[in-house]
Design a protein around this ligand. Structure first.
Ligand SMILES: Cc1cc2nc3c(=O)[nH]c(=O)nc-3n(C[C@H](O)[C@H](O)[C@H](O)COP(=O)(O)O)c2cc1C
Length: 191
């Protein structure tokens, strides 16, 4: 399944434990689920050795998280944060990253990520004994000024975001890629 549903976008999730320990990790079981209100989903599996991952525990304990999207320039740093470190280790510091304060939730945003979604937990659904889906409501969206083509009309420079996506295996990623254009048919006009 994971070798066929590709490319997958990567949610680089920042969370905090109830006592404030900062955590960051990438999650590619991720997508947008609806625009109004803006909603997203994450798939979190247990770690074979540690059980529930820090991200899952923090989201369930605090009800808050931030999804940062990953540009090519930060791909290696993102990979560093996937390390299976103990809960008290701040993976952002390990990867040499800095953070920016959020406006609606406590976990901070990753500096250098061009798009960040501040989220509250809508629902956590166990989809198996060792996996769950988290539904998040996006409370605030940040997009870097230089990635907006026309801020008045909310036009984003999607290609300029230069986001990376996950492919098959544990080590394959995609940057860019071929595009093609195709208009959607309209029954009254095209039949
Ligand atoms: C690009 C990438 C995507 C990943 N996607 C997922 C995912 O969708 N679900 C998951 O449970 N783990 C995923 N992982 C593994 C976690 O990032 C890894 O287990 C991490 O150590 C979890 O950290 P945490 O305990 O701080 O949350 C992914 C790793 C990478 C590098």
């Amino acid at each position: 399944m994971v070798s066929t549903v590709t490319p997958r976008p990567i949610a680089w999730v920042t969370t905090q434990s109830p006592d404030g320990a900062l955590n960051a990790a990438p999650y590619s079981f991720f997508n947008a689920m609806g625009p109004n209100p803006p909603t997203l989903a994450l798939g979190l599996m247990h770690d074979p050795a540690r059980g529930r991952k820090d991200t899952a525990r923090n989201i369930l304990d605090t009800g808050e998280f931030v999804v940062n999207l990953v540009p090519r320039a930060l791909a290696e740093a993102m990979n560093v944060t996937a390390i299976d470190a103990p809960a008290q280790i701040d993976e952002l510091a390990l990867a040499g990253l800095s953070t920016l304060p959020s406006t609606k939730v406590r976990p901070p945003r990753i500096d250098g990520s061009p798009v960040q979604f501040e989220c509250s937990l809508l629902s956590g659904v166990a989809t198996g004994p060792k996996q769950m889906v988290v539904l998040g409501r996006i409370e605030a969206i940040h997009i870097a000024d230089d990635k907006m083509l026309d801020p008045a009309r909310n036009y984003v420079d999607t290609r300029g975001l230069d986001l990376v996506a996950r492919l098959e295996g544990s080590q394959w990623y995609q940057q860019g890629g071929e595009r093609f254009e195709m208009s959607r048919p309209v029954f009254d006009k095209d039949r």
